[in-house]
Design a protein around this ligand. Structure first.
Ligand SMILES: *Cc1c(COP(=O)(O)O)cnc(C)c1O
Length: 425
């Protein structure tokens, strides 16, 4: 409500500048390096670099690696790094203590949590053969389900929620595990976590939440929602750096029964005993597999520490006010262009990005980038604008929409150069 009122009042650039001056999160911007003369609306794909990240990178490379060498596993606490950072992420996602580690990629953590969940269900609810997700989920989530189902070779099938099959229709007592993204990567739609988790449990299923587009962007309360497992990445709204390690969270109630399908030595109870037999560590260390990417982990902690300083309610209020403003400005000022909003209008169903369809979406985004507004493009025809409340303000939203207006009004996208596609879009 508050954010509706805020954006309704921001119908001039001056009003946006005034709102920025009153922004309780304004001081966070100085903690990030932002490109001169550009507006960065792609923090939902790769978060901006915290200023402190390069100092940390230099320290870990020059001193910890360069000088201290192998001793650093103990003296610079490399061995405990995935646990220490996991604790911090656990605090951010309402996961409690001793339940989260920073490790591997989201894809690999999906594999681990899904394998463990299916195994628990084999005992508690034998015979269930459906893994439920949604057609519009991030592809790697679906690919990992497909690969694991094939590997297990026990008749697991993937069922997908889509326009013709709602969650309520799809969930029944054949469903073993539900895997959903809390915030949809393409549309920005947000599932009500507690409600959906309760629905899964009422149907005898376990649920894994993918938090890639919610951690650091919308408040997450895993334990309160009674969730079972969660995974997510740190290079989007947590600003951990390109390819920084992901995380896995396992509810306390499942930790004893969590069987690590990737039984590498870092999950062993005593890795340096060099025993020929795998014996899982107690607690969350068993979620690890092999040697961790220490430089990348160390750098990610800078962005995560910044996220921990943020009041989650203030973050949510600003995120909603900004997405609301973006949508309102597009509707007011760009109504004569073929843009379709695919992000939910209802605030409680929205994450922290705004997606618009345009028939020439790809070229429009390339032209926008060339004119200093960096968003990204997702198939089909989707222009995606990540709203990162820590380093963007209301005037930035105003300016980005004005550049979009110019690109569309003047058809700046309509040149062969903006039709060419790179490997990463
Ligand atoms: C970004 C993203 C991923 C990325 O997975 P990686 O294994 O880290 O490449 C997975 N799932 C969702 C929903 C994402 O948005």
């Amino acid at each position: 409500m508050q954010s509706n009122a805020a954006s309704a009042a921001m119908n001039t650039r001056e009003a946006c500048v005034a709102a920025d001056a009153n922004d309780p999160l304004a001081s966070f911007r100085a903690k990030f390096l932002l490109p001169e003369g550009e507006l960065y609306f792609d923090g939902n794909s790769l978060g901006a670099r915290p200023i402190g990240a390069s100092e940390r990178a230099l320290d870990v490379v020059e001193r910890e690696w360069g000088t201290d060498l192998i001793r650093s596993w103990n003296t610079n606490h490399w061995f405990d790094l995935p646990i220490r950072i996991g604790e911090k992420i656990g605090a951010l996602i309402g996961g409690g203590t001793g339940s989260t580690v920073a490790t591997d990629t989201t894809s690999i953590n999906i594999f681990k949590s899904l394998a463990a969940a299916l195994r628990i269900q084999e005992e508690d609810a034998p015979g269930r053969r459906v893994i439920l997700s949604e057609r519009d989920n991030f592809p790697t989530d679906l690919y990992m389900i497909q690969g694991l189902a094939e590997l297990l070779d026990r008749g697991y099938e993937l069922r997908l929620i889509d326009d013709s099959l709602s969650l309520d229709e799809a969930i029944d007592d054949d469903v073993s595990v539900v895997l959903l993204s809390h915030v949809n990567y393409r549309t920005g739609a947000l599932w009500p976590m507690a409600e959906v988790t309760a629905k899964a449990h009422a149907n005898g299923a376990l649920i894994i939440w993918d938090l890639c587009h919610s951690v650091g962007a919308v408040p997450v309360t895993l334990a309160e929602a009674n969730a079972d497992f969660a995974v997510g990445c740190t290079y989007k709204y947590l600003n951990g750096g390109p390819g920084s390690p992901a995380f896995i969270w396992v509810a306390e109630k499942h930790q004893d029964r969590f069987q690590q399908p990737l039984s590498g030595w870092w999950g062993h109870s005593n890795p340096f005993a060099m025993s020929p037999e795998y014996a899982p560590a107690d607690g969350i260390r068993k979620f690890l597999c092999g040697t961790q990417p220490i430089t990348s982990l160390a750098v990610s902690e800078i962005g995560i520490d910044i996220a921990l300083e943020v009041d989650q309610d203030e973050l949510r209020a600003k995120s909603l006010a900004m997405t609301e403003l973006f949508i309102a400005l597009v509707e007011q000022r760009l109504s004569d262009h073929p843009l379709t909003l695919i992000t939910p209008r209802e605030q409680e169903l929205r994450g922290s990005h705004v997606s618009l369809r345009h028939p020439e979406g790809y070229a429009v985004m390339q032209a926008l980038i060339a004119h200093g507004v960096i968003g990204d493009y997702r198939e089909p025809e989707v222009l995606r604008f990540g709203i990162t409340p820590l380093y963007l303000g209301y005037a930035d939203v105003w300016d980005a929409v004005e550049v979009l207006r110019k690109v569309l009004d003047e058809k700046l996208w309509d040149t062969p150069e903006f039709q060419r596609r790179g490997a990463v879009t």
